[in-house]
Design a protein around this ligand. Structure first.
Ligand code: BES
Ligand code: ZN
Length: 618
């Protein structure tokens, strides 16, 4: 079945995209630039200030500018003339739509199509804003100062800025942000490497970006340069560790530039967040936000840096038009990430990452309804976050691997380079890529791509039977070693674990049968001291085994893990295994009561129904 293309023409070069996750009237107006002026109030847990929007008019007759907003307090709206408020405009917030927020309707004079006008909105955020997390000093490494960070993807920018919150809209921005003395503010924009003396920070983002990339953070931050265009921002307690861990970042940029064209954003810095950051990484432009759980001490988890960096091409430069097209961001980025890993660390590690990704995808596909297994996923009536499974990432990547196998690696790299170049700073839909691919492939490798097979990748559930699956010899050896132990043919002390890399450990543990006995789990812990492992990914794989085997000596470590880490991918699966048994559920509820105040609102919202059996907010 072919889904109809989501785009419809509005005439001229302006194509409006129907975005089911925005309440804004995108067909009548386009926000082109934002100028923010914000005060960070840690005591009240609010951002408060103004945003000036430069708006292009697409529809001459439209008398109402409708913006996205979620839990914002709107104080006043003005019509701007020459950048100055000229008169107040009437406005009203419409009824709340579950998970989408409240449409903010602003009365504006009608005008001429193509003209640009300015409005100023004075507003403040709610202490419960879904896209912001306000941390107490105790939740930071230094424990002396509070911390704030945003997470706008997918539709949370509207909880801290009134705007058109759709990835089909791009705008440039400038900002002035004021923070208490001694603290530093950063944004996904130009960041000064020196601290201000008066608490005011200025930012510029001259390249147009989609709203989900709007990002801000503030806290006690230090900065350390690690390359000619790269620095890490982090609390002073972790900045040296982070500078060591991510020392390869410049080499990653160079590797990606060689393959897919110049890095278009100036600097590429990293911000290391406190452990409640709900993701592994977030590709905020010029400043990726990174979980501290990557700080393994041995640089073994840096594929995530390659991933967030790669979004500078796939996602930030060429952006999914709607969340239905999310695989264009994440599948491409996973493909690029693996190419960077291969270029820096060799084919063996690249193959391991591909293999681990495939195993993870297979495990997930087994439990996903068919409609969630489709690359061009229909998310109407659902939260965009429901699309964040391994499907867009690993199935998307496997689609590109399959194209590579049909037209050759050089042709695919060239095609992707042209895609990024020709669509730079634009949004694109699945169908636009499909057309581009089929047109290019017809000249690059006539007859190589079967249209029906391309469409099976894009529109059908599951993995096509003709997928090309790259597996790793090294991990196959690990499989054999695990099987030998499980079959009683070998003992744990005979395993060459001192030579294992993190990925080998992960594969060894992840491949354990779901019904592994408590005795077997105890042997693993006794032999390897798994309760003491600090690598957050290996600890996660171990704790999954321990929960399934009901191995209670791991529970103190499990509790410590769940209370200290807020990264959704690492905690959600542990809770969901725990709640399957009565004792486990009781333990999960007790730990959750302690841990929840430290979790990000996005993480808490997804965990509440699982553990408390109810939704957190209506
Ligand atoms: N853009 C995503 C994070 C994201 C996706 C946030 C959807 C909100 C909604 C980011 O690039 C990402 O994919 N992060 C991964 C790491 C990656 C190596 C798979 C993560 O956080 O686990
Ligand atoms: Zn990503």
């Amino acid at each position: 079945m072919l889904l109809a293309a989501a785009g419809f023409g509005v005439g001229g070069a302006l194509a409006a995209v129907a975005d089911p996750h925005s309440l804004a009237n995108l067909d009548a107006f386009r926000v082109r630039h934002l100028d923010l002026s914000l005060e960070v109030d840690f005591k009240a847990r609010r951002l408060s200030g103004t945003v000036d929007l430069q708006v292009e008019r697409l529809d001459a007759a439209a008398a109402e500018l409708v913006l996205d907003s979620h839990d914002l307090v709107i104080r006043q709206v003005w019509w701007l003339v020459g950048g100055q408020p000229e008169r107040e405009l009437s406005f009203a917030k419409g009824a709340a739509v579950p998970s989408l927020g409240e449409p903010l309707r602003i009365g504006v004079p009608t005008g001429v199509r193509g003209e640009t006008f300015g409005v100023r909105i004075s507003y403040q955020t709610s202490p419960e804003a879904g896209g912001l997390q306000w941390l107490e000093p105790a939740q930071t490494a230094g424990r002396v100062a509070p911390f704030l960070f945003s997470q706008s993807q997918s539709i949370y920018a509207r909880s801290w800025i009134p705007l058109q919150d759709s990835p089909s809209v791009r705008a440039t921005f400038t900002a002035r942000v004021h923070v208490p003395p001694g603290l530093r503010a950063v944004m996904g924009a130009s960041n000064a490497l020196t601290a201000s003396t008066d608490g005011w920070y200025h930012f510029e983002m001259p390249q147009p970006i989609p709203s989900y990339l709007m990002a801000i953070a503030a806290g006690r931050l230090d900065v350390r340069e690690i390359g000619p265009r790269t620095a890490v921002f982090a609390e002073p307690e972790v900045v040296a560790e982070a500078a060591y861990e991510f020392a390869d970042t410049e080499r990653m940029i160079e590797a990606c530039e060689r393959l897919y064209g110049p890095y278009r954003w100036g600097r590429y810095d990293l911000l290391i967040l406190p452990p409640s950051f709900p993701y592994g990484g977030m590709e905020n432009p010029r400043l990726s936000f990174i979980t501290p759980t990557l700080l393994a001490g041995d640089r073994s988890l840096v594929a995530t840096i390659a991933h967030e960096l790669a979004h500078s091409w796939s996602g930030n430069l060429v952006t999914n038009a709607t969340w239905r097209d999310f695989w264009l961001n994440e599948g491409f980025t996973t493909f690029l990430e693996r190419r960077i890993v291969g270029a820096l660390y060799g084919a063996s590690l690249e193959a391991m990452e591909q293999d681990l990704g495939l195993q993870s995808l297979r495990r997930q596909l087994a439990g996903l309804p068919p409609r969630s297994q489709v690359l061009a996923i229909d998310l109407r009536g659902r939260s965009p976050e429901e699309g964040t499974t391994d499907v867009p990432y690993e199935k998307g990547r496997l689609f590109l691997d399959w194209i590579e196998s049909r037209i050759g690696v050089a042709a695919l790299d060239g095609l992707l380079r042209d895609w990024f170049e020709s669509r730079a700073f634009q949004s694109a839909s699945t169908e636009e890529f499909r057309d581009f691919l089929l047109t290019r492939a017809a000249t690059l490798a006539p007859g190589a791509l079967d249209v029906a097979q391309v469409d099976e990748w894009l529109y059908q559930p599951g993995l096509p039977a003709f997928a090309v699956l790259k597996t790793s010899d090294v991990l196959a050896r690990i499989d054999a070693q695990r099987e030998d132990w499980l079959a009683g043919r070998s003992t744990l002390d005979s395993l060459p674990v001192t030579q294992w890399r993190t990925q080998e450990w992960l594969h060894f543990l992840d491949g354990m049968p779901a019904d592994l006995s408590r005795e077997r789990a105890a042997q693993l812990e006794t032999q390897f001291g798994l309760n003491g492992v600090r690598n957050a990914e290996i600890a996660f794989s171990w704790l999954r085994i321990a929960i399934r085997a009901d191995y209670r000596p791991a529970w103190p470590r499990l509790e410590e893990y769940l209370v200290s880490i807020g990264r959704r991918k690492l905690i959600w699966p542990l809770y969901s295994l725990l709640v399957k048994t009565p004792d486990g559920r009781a333990f999960a509820q007790q730990v959750y009561a302690r841990a929840r105040p430290g979790y990000h609102p996005i993480a808490a919202a997804s965990l509440d129904p699982l553990i408390l059996g109810k939704a957190s907010t209506p």
